[in-house]
Each structure stands twice: as structure tokens, then as C-alpha cells.
Design a binder for this molecule. Structure first.
Ligand SMILES: [Zn+2]
Length: 299
């Protein structure tokens, strides 16, 4: 979809140039992303014409109903059948958007990637500062003894995945409809945005709560929107680009960060890899603790 400005020659170049300038002038950038970031990795979104909600579930239920807590509780076998077929994409790879955000983080400018996606692609690309509002398919846990399991364990099981220690059901650490978002994640996201001097919102139509309201924590002239379709904030934002999030971020975020860091004698490049598993482990532990609260709250 094009904006009025896009119809004039050079409008896109001017917008990318403005985005580059905003990024170079900013020191604390937050990225808020949605399904549009993952569609470029071949993962369908939920709401568009080709989205999961408009697809045949292969069952007698609607996709939108299947991913709810009450459905999950009543029909776990059907839930997992749908979940394995429609919500898990183990072969998906990070795209240009994920990689550009990793560059920005390594340049010391990006200090939070807030995502509504559950596919783990930001972490796979190398982002360390991710806040997954809706959880992640890569984390799964036993609903009784809390043992953790990788995605492969759920994908390779049949029917309802069962814990190999205690036999109880293993479920993905994702937030279903009717379930609470993790309040610590929301607090962290809001705190990051309040400290930011630029927020880039990408690949989201800003229709899902609470992410839709996050843009209100920053003056509109510090907000950039990159999305193929319109959002309610298009006219207020400092800059709105209706285009591919991967193409735009790839063009706007410089590729020489690595070299620059080495010249400055910083060691951020060497943190790639090892630091990640530690963080994941501690996040998993804290998620696990929080999960018990969440589950108690739901029952
Ligand atoms: Zn167990």
C-alpha cells in the first residue's frame, strides 16, 4: 500500500534517508514488532487474507477459537494437532529485518526488541534484548513438575505431549486467548519505551492489545512506523513507510557496526553466542517461576 507521498518520485529514498538520520541521531532505540516481521521468513500472520485465522483449521473449529485457554483445556489433542501444523515453523530462518536489528543492537543503539511473535527468530538471529510479549514456541514445560522441553520434543510427540519424567501434559510457553500476559514483560516493555528516544514500530497493524497502546508512551515525533498496511498511528508518527520491514531496515541500518566496534576496542562482537545460552537459561528459570503464578491465576 502506498501513501500519498509515495506517489512522487524519490519519496521512498527521502523517507529512507530520514529514517537513517533519525537512527544516527538516536541513542536509545526500541523496536516493537508484529507478525509482519515473520511473514518475510515464510511464517503466516493471523489476520491478513492469507493469515491463519482465514485458513481452514482442518478441524471442525475455527483457528481463532482453537488458540484459546478454554479450547486448550477441553480439547488438548485437537489443540496440539492444530498447533503442530499451523503455529510451529521449525525450519524458518531469520530474515533481513531480524538481522538488521541485531546490527543495531551491536552498535549499542537498540536496547529492546519487543515482539508479539512466538517464533524465536529474533534470538536465532542473535538479538539479546528481546521481550516476547506472547511467549515462545521454543520453550515448553511440564504442567505438573515444570520440567522444560525444546520445541522438537513437542513436534516429535503425537497426540498430547507428555512429560518423560512424570507423565503430565507438556505445553508451550505461549500466551493463549483468555490467558494473562506476563506482567513483568509488559513492565519491562513499557520501561524501555519510556526511556527511548526513538521507537521503530514494524510489521504490525497495531490492532492487538497491549502492543497497540505502547506507541502512546512516547511523543509521536519519536515514533516511526514501517508496515505494509495502514495503522491508526500513521498520520501522527514522525515517519510512516508502507513497505517491507526487511527491505527498509536493511537499507536504513548501517552494516559496518562490527568493524567500528573492533576499532574502538570493545568486545561486543565476542559476546555473540555464549552469552545467549546463559540468558536463555535464566529467562527460562524466571519464566518457569512466573508460569506457576500464571497457572494458579487461571484456575
Ligand atoms: Zn513432569
Amino acid at each position: 500500500m502506498e501513501t500519498r507521498l509515495d506517489r512522487y518520485d524519490g519519496a521512498r529514498e527521502k523517507k529512507i534517508a530520514l529514517l537513517k538520520r533519525l537512527i544516527s541521531e538516536s541513542e536509545k532505540i526500541v523496536f516493537l514488532g508484529g507478525a509482519g516481521v515473520s511473514t518475510e521468513s515464510g511464517i503466516p500472520d493471523f489476520r491478513s487474507g492469507q493469515g491463519i485465522f482465514n485458513q481452514d483449521s482442518g478441524l471442525e473449529y475455527r483457528p481463532v477459537d482453537i488458540i484459546s485457554h478454554s479450547f486448550f483445556t477441553k480439547h488438548p489433542e485437537e489443540f496440539f494437532d492444530f498447533y503442530r501444523r499451523k503455529l510451529c515453523y521449525p525450519n524458518a530462518k531469520p530474515n533481513k529485518a531480524h538481522k538488521a536489528l541485531v546490527r543495531l543492537e551491536r552498535q549499542g543503539k537498540l536496547f529492546a526488541v519487543i515482539t508479539q511473535n512466538v517464533d524465536n527468530l529474533h534470538q536465532m538471529a542473535g538479538s539479546k534484548k528481546t521481550i516476547e510479549l506472547h511467549g515462545s514456541v521454543s520453550r515448553n514445560y511440564c504442567t505438573s513438575c515444570r520440567k522444560n522441553f525444546p520445541l522438537a520434543y513437542v513436534l516429535e510427540s503425537t497426540g498430547i505431549p507428555k512429560c518423560d519424567d512424570c507423565g503430565a501434559m507438556v505445553r508451550p510457553d505461549i500466551v493463549l486467548y483468555e490467558e494473562h500476559l506476563d506482567h513483568t514483560d509488559i513492565d519491562r516493555a513499557v520501561a524501555s519505551i519510556e526511556k527511548a528516544d526513538l521507537m521503530i514500530i514494524g510489521g504490525t497493524s497495531l490492532t492487538v492489545y497491549p502492543a497497540a497502546t505502547f506507541a502512546q508512551f512516547l511523543p509521536h515525533d519519536r515514533v516511526v512506523i514501517i508496515n505494509k498496511s495502514s495503522t491508526y498511528l500513521d498520520l501522527q508518527a514522525m515517519l510512516t513507510i508502507h513497505d517491507s520491514i526487511g527491505d527498509v531496515l536493511d537499507e536504513a541500518i548501517p552494516k559496518r557496526a562490527r568493524k567500528a566496534k573492533i576499532q574502538e576496542g570493545k568486545s561486543s562482537v565476542s559476546q555473540e553466542g555464549p552469552g545467549y545460552s546463559d540468558r536463555t537459561a535464566s529467562k527460562r528459570k524466571s519464566k518457569q517461576d512466573k508460569q506457576s503464578d500464571k497457572t494458579e491465576g487461571n484456575h
